[in-house]
Design a binder for this molecule. Structure first.
Ligand SMILES: *[C@@H]1O[C@H](CO)[C@@H](O)[C@H](O)[C@H]1NC(C)=O
Ligand SMILES: *[C@@H]1O[C@H](CO)[C@@H](O)[C@H](O)[C@H]1NC(C)=O
Ligand SMILES: *[C@@H]1O[C@H](CO)[C@@H](O)[C@H](O)[C@H]1NC(C)=O
Ligand SMILES: *[C@@H]1O[C@H](CO)[C@@H](O)[C@H](O)[C@H]1NC(C)=O
Ligand SMILES: *[C@@H]1O[C@H](CO)[C@@H](O)[C@H](O)[C@H]1NC(C)=O
Ligand SMILES: *[C@@H]1O[C@H](CO)[C@@H](O)[C@H](O)[C@H]1NC(C)=O
Ligand SMILES: CC(=O)N[C@H]1CO[C@H](CO)[C@@H](O)[C@@H]1O
Length: 376
């Protein structure tokens, strides 16, 4: 009933914008009141959601029957991946695709993005050093970077509308610079998402075993590829036995500094911060500050990833994801973790609070609309 009435309101442009303003004001009031009853961390999570939460947004969408605003952060104007731009967690990943077999599986499978690691090493343990697909400490592969990229392009050329994107994780500055000729040749011909990733700073927890990729040299190389998404993270030290550890404020400040020092926001390249699930769940405040700071000039997202046996506080990770909104968070985690996250279940007992807010919000919306309609 209320929904039907609202479509009349929608035709009245002036009226609908008044309603929207009113609803937004109510939403802020509702969030404020409910948040005040909760602990600091929960309050923080709701206050920081500068856009309405997903459930509130769907209420607005239903009421006003408008299109949700989406930003083309995948840098792609067609196909299956773009169709998921409003819910980046729905984009599916093949992770660590570092061999011919895994690449063949990924290309024939129903996934959207192919993630793989690149090191300087040898093809089948023979010949000169060149960029090959492997994760340290391995440095021998049956697949070179050049062949990897060639096969993805060949696949995408004959699968229009179902192109797969690619995320290249460069493990050292040497292999990245050694790959520039190959990237110069291949990236301009790509008509699908291309992400360039490196861990450019030392991160949690007191990580000092892996050498980060030099930020200035990395950004200088990336500057050649305006169509690429920059995926820039920290080296990490985490696993099954870790509990406490976070992306500290100073690690996040160092990231901002690196971005500013290298004029990255002036290139127009979208930025995503790859964060390890178990650590990100403990770093809500710092990550919000970081994304908000970069958002001054450029859109940015989080990409949550996880190793198979990492400890993750699932409920906190859920809160992190819903706090940012599924339109700003990519999720490249093992299947067991994504099913535990149960993102389709926004009204589950695990978030009674969430459902209370959305329930009262929708009620208030309908009450507001009917009052307003009576008054005209
Ligand atoms: C608030 O914090 C207390 C103590 O840390 C905890 O026992 C309680 O469950 C928290 N409540 C909520 C709603 O998070
Ligand atoms: C590959 O790893 C082996 C064993 O750690 C090492 O001896 C060799 O130098 C490495 N090759 C390259 C190119 O790093
Ligand atoms: C790395 O950190 C650990 C613990 O803080 C320390 O014991 C070790 O000496 C450090 N290693 C290096 C190479 O700095
Ligand atoms: C960034 O821009 C400033 C001002 O245009 C310039 O002086 C500086 O050299 C640039 N830095 C880099 C790393 O490009
Ligand atoms: C990002 O910045 C834009 C423009 O300043 C603003 O409209 C938008 O609400 C911001 N988004 C977030 C999530 O902060
Ligand atoms: C987003 O995608 C996930 C994974 O496919 C799904 O579970 C969830 O319901 C979607 N959320 C929304 C709001 O569309
Ligand atoms: C994608 C995006 O928002 N790009 C912007 C990044 O910032 C520069 C400088 O403000 C803009 O020119 C881009 O359009």
């Amino acid at each position: 009933m209320a929904i039907k009435r609202s479509s009349q309101a929608e035709r009245d442009h002036h009226g609908s914008s008044q309603i929207l303003f009113f609803l937004c004001t109510l939403a802020l009031v509702a969030v404020g009141i409910d948040g005040a009853a909760l602990n600091d961390s929960s309050v923080f999570y709701y206050e920081l959601a500068s856009t309405p939460s997903q459930s509130q947004q769907s209420a607005i969408d239903i009421v006003l029957q408008s299109e949700p605003a989406t930003v083309n952060m995948v840098r792609f104007d067609k196909g299956k991946i773009l169709a998921k731009a409003a819910n980046l967690t729905a984009i599916s990943w093949a992770h660590a695709v570092n061999s011919q077999q895994l690449l063949s599986d990924a290309l024939s499978g129903d996934i959207d993005m192919i993630e793989a690691d690149i090191v300087l090493g040898q093809l089948n343990g023979e010949g000169e050093n060149l960029p090959v697909m492997a994760h340290p400490p391995a440095n021998i592969s049956d697949l070179t970077l050049e062949d990897f990229l060639y096969q993805i392009k060949a696949h995408n050329d004959v699968n229009e509308g179902a192109e797969k994107g690619v995320k290249l994780d460069f493990k050292s500055i040497e292999v990245f610079e050694g790959a520039l000729d190959i990237l110069d040749e291949t990236i301009p011909k790509m008509t699908y998402p291309i992400w360039i990733n490196a861990d450019i700073l030392a991160g949690p927890v007191d990580q000092n075993r892996t050498v980060p990729v030099d930020p200035a040299r990395f950004f200088a190389g990336c500057n050649r590829y305006k169509q690429a998404v920059l995926s820039i993270g920290w080296t990490t030290n985490w696993g099954a036995d870790f509990r406490d550890g976070e992306y500290t404020q100073s690690q996040c400040d160092a990231m901002l500094q690196a971005i500013r020092d290298n004029n990255v926001t002036s290139t127009g390249q979208p930025i995503t911060f790859p964060v390890r699930a178990g650590i990100a769940a403990n770093s809500v405040e710092q990550l919000h500050n970081l994304v908000a700071a970069v958002n001054d000039t450029n859109e940015s997202t989080l990409t949550i990833w996880s190793s198979e046996n990492d400890y993750v506080n699932v409920e906190r990770l859920r809160q992190l994801i819903f706090g940012f909104g599924v339109e700003r968070v990519y999720l490249d985690v093992p299947g067991t973790l994504s099913s535990q996250l149960d993102l389709g279940n926004t009204d589950s007992g695990a978030s009674t609070f969430n459902s209370l807010v959305s329930f009262s919000f929708i009620s208030i919306c309908f009450w507001a609309i009917s009052s307003w309609l009576k008054s005209v």
